[in-house]
Ligand binder design. Structure first.
Ligand SMILES: CC(C)(COP(=O)(O)OP(=O)(O)OC[C@H]1O[C@@H](n2cnc3c(N)ncnc32)[C@H](O)[C@@H]1OP(=O)(O)O)[C@@H](O)C(=O)NCCC(=O)NCCS
Length: 178
């Protein structure tokens, strides 16, 4: 668990998740899916029960090949990230992928950078040689964050997401070598 002071003076904690976070995490994802066009799901598509979410958190806590970190402010979960092997087979165990989500009110305060530090130190401890992610090509804030940490765009996935209104966006595949 690490405590940070954000750009606006708020104090947040970044830590591993606990089973009791389940309700808070469901609220975070539900809200973020409504706020952001840069995430995988349409609003309302994320559906889970409290019990199922608790089971998922329990398995993540026990899993040695992946981890989540949550950002907590005033007892509320305002951000979450995941890091883990892209596949568990021996031939893939040098590669990890990461994903980030922060609710709108807490974006641009530095939480993404702090969560990235936690993910990268998890990667160092797990002998990861390259970290990979996908990002919508118009998500300038996320791309800036990743470039700040030396991620490079290595490919474009055309028409990666198709929205309900029939429009498409590309995604960049980005990699950081450790
Ligand atoms: C993308 C996301 C994880 C970034 O986290 P964050 O806490 O907002 O980012 P930080 O404050 O740590 O850093 C953002 C950086 O981008 C810069 N930035 C902000 N808005 C920007 C923009 N429109 N264009 C370019 N750079 C921008 C900031 O200046 C900062 O760089 P700096 O530290 O050099 O000043 C977060 O905003 C988020 O979850 N957004 C919604 C969901 C999402 O897009 N998830 C990522 C999917 S790949």
């Amino acid at each position: 668990m690490v405590e940070y002071k954000l750009k606006d003076g708020k104090k947040i904690i970044i830590r591993e998740p606990m089973i009791d976070d389940a309700e808070n995490i469901i609220s975070l994802i539900t809200k973020a899916d409504i706020e952001s066009l840069f995430l995988a799901r349409e609003p309302g598509e994320f559906s889970t029960t409290l019990e199922r979410e608790k089971e998922i958190i329990e398995s993540i806590i026990k899993d040695t090949d992946s981890m989540w970190f949550v950002a907590e402010h005033d007892k509320k979960i305002v951000g979450q990230c995941s890091v883990g092997l892209i596949k568990r087979y021996l031939r893939y165990r040098h590669r990890a992928e990461i994903a980030f989500v922060i609710i709108d009110d807490y974006c641009n305060l530095g939480i993404g950078g702090k969560m990235m530090e936690q993910c990268l130190s998890w990667c160092q401890m797990h002998n990861i040689e390259q970290v990979e992610l996908k990002v919508v090509s118009s998500n300038e804030r996320a791309i800036k964050l990743y470039q700040n940490f030396d991620f490079k765009i290595i490919a474009t996935i055309p028409n990666a997401l198709r929205y309900k209104d029939g429009t498409y966006v590309n995604e960049y595949y980005m990699i950081k070598m450790l």
